[in-house]
Ligand binder design. Structure first.
Ligand SMILES: [Zn+2]
Length: 112
């Protein structure tokens, strides 16, 4: 699943409604990819973030699988497919919506 550019059905991912503060790591290699600080409710049905934890935590590829260009997001360390990014979130500081697959991420809650 992680090695294919698959997409889970909307509304099914277990991290969609995760509200605790913490880090989202790459499930395949453990790299820190996103923070709960940039998670927002985009109503797209997948966990969504407006920025990666570090700019170089992810890499981008152009994907035309659906017949139009989308920007695929992969882990910079192991190149696992994570999801896609869309520049359609004007309500966020970056304007970007990183639409991620729950199955590609491991959530680690912060310790109090
Ligand atoms: Zn990785």
């Amino acid at each position: 699943m992680l090695r294919q550019a698959g997409t889970e059905r909307p509304g099914t991912g277990k991290l969609l409604n995760e509200k605790r503060s913490g880090k989202y790591l790459c499930k395949a290699c453990g790299a820190e990819l996103f923070s709960s600080k940039t998670k927002f409710d985009s109503h797209c049905g997948w966990p969504s973030f407006f920025d990666p934890d570090e700019k170089n935590a992810v890499i981008y590829r152009t994907d035309t699988l659906l017949g139009y260009e989308r920007t695929e997001v992969r882990c910079a360390q192991c190149e696992s497919h994570l999801g896609h990014v869309f520049p359609d979130a004007p309500q966020t500081p970056t304007g970007n919506r990183y639409c991620m697959n729950s199955v590609a991420l491991t959530f680690v809650p912060d310790q109090d």
